[in-house]
Design a protein around this ligand. Structure first.
Ligand SMILES: C[S@@+](CC[C@H](N)C(=O)[O-])C[C@H]1O[C@@H](n2cnc3c(N)ncnc32)[C@H](O)[C@@H]1O
Length: 317
């Protein structure tokens, strides 16, 4: 199943596709896993910083271009869309279609009738639900004969110790039924996502003056607490001490520190070998991860899209 990754960032959907392919190779007895594999064949974004990350990890060179300027979406079975969320958030002033950052999604919506991809998936903040653009998108899809399913999902439903509640829409051409998302997964305590060696990294320490000043507002979790769940990490993590993600406390060491980009990547579901090229500094890594997708959730959604493809393609043969 060929996927085009629109608003690709560091490629959460490419990461989830690879993860799924690896799982199938390791254990082909897993009947629940699909036989047709998803694969990202093209990716587009405007942020040049993502190019070395995307190429190193997904072996596809993303096009750096505004999506509102594309004449056609590259040929693929599934369009994955993660448009900017600022038009729908309070922080981004929630101006929705009055915000110039919503123009790119409007362009993709325009192209649906002309190109009629087999499937479309969209991820955004929960506030996207019920917005004018959501209504326009869903109305257009239904009129064009797509079945549509919308869900609000959070990695905690897969027992991941991190909150990141997001709105996900899936649409399939010709009214095909869209399965619900499989939730089963083994629990992973926070301690498994934390590197012991990071306690010695001075760049991750939070100065005690900052802790004293913001203690009440900072979200701090205990590294050894088996029930600990972090807040959602945003692109402001590292520059804003509050409302941008959680901090880690080690009572033995009397220390509070930031999560490293690698630890956040682990919570987001990125594989151990996910590679950050040297030219992408720590600040950029936090920003890119703050905009990124939960690979755990995307993987589960992809399983449903691929399973529906298998059923349909078998039926057509
Ligand atoms: C929510 S993030 C997407 C994250 C991505 N899917 C991932 O897995 O990391 C939105 C992305 O849209 C890009 N973007 C914003 N406006 C754009 C536009 N007009 N055209 C193309 N890309 C745009 C941003 O650079 C950012 O990477």
């Amino acid at each position: 199943m060929r996927i085009v990754d629109l608003f690709c960032g560091i490629g959460g959907v490419a990461e989830a596709s690879r993860d799924l392919a690896d799982a199938v190779c390791v254990d082909s007895r897993l009947d629940a896993l699909p036989k047709i594999l998803p694969e990202v064949v093209a990716a587009i974004d405007i942020d040049r910083r993502i190019v070395p990350v995307y190429v190193a990890n997904h072996r596809v060179e993303p096009l750096i271009q505004t999506i509102e300027s594309i004449r056609q979406v590259p040929e693929a079975d599934l369009w994955w869309l993660s448009p900017p969320c600022q038009p729908y958030t309070r922080r981004g002033k929630g101006k929705a279609e009055g915000d110039s950052r919503s123009v790119a999604l409007a362009r993709v919506i325009e192209l649906i009738d002309q190109q009629r991809p087999w499937g479309i998936a969209l991820e955004n903040v929960p506030e996207f639900s019920g917005s004018q653009q959501h209504k326009v998108l869903e109305g257009k899809l239904r009129r064009a004969g797509y079945s549509v399913r919308a869900d609000e999902l959070c990695p905690t439903q897969w027992k991941v110790p991190m909150r990141r509640k997001r709105f996900y829409l899936r649409a399939l051409r010709d009214g095909q039924s869209i399965p619900s998302v499989p939730l089963e997964s083994p629990a992973r305590p926070l301690s498994e996502c934390v590197d012991d060696s990071s306690w010695d990294d001075p760049s991750l320490r939070v100065p005690s003056e900052l802790v004293t000043r913001y203690e009440q507002a900072m979200n701090v979790v205990d590294a050894d607490d088996p029930e600990a769940v972090t807040a959602c990490f945003t692109s402001a993590y590292g520059s804003s001490p509050v409302h941008a993600g959680s901090y880690l406390r080690c009572s033995r060491r009397h220390l509070i520190r930031r999560f490293s980009p690698e630890e956040i990547g682990r919570l987001m579901g990125y594989r151990e070998g996910f590679w950050w090229p040297g030219e992408v500094d720590a600040r950029a890594r936090y920003q890119l991860l703050g905009n990124a997708l939960s690979v755990t959730v995307v993987r589960a959604l992809l399983v449903t899209m691929v399973t529906a493809t298998e059923t349909q393609w078998k039926f057509e043969q």
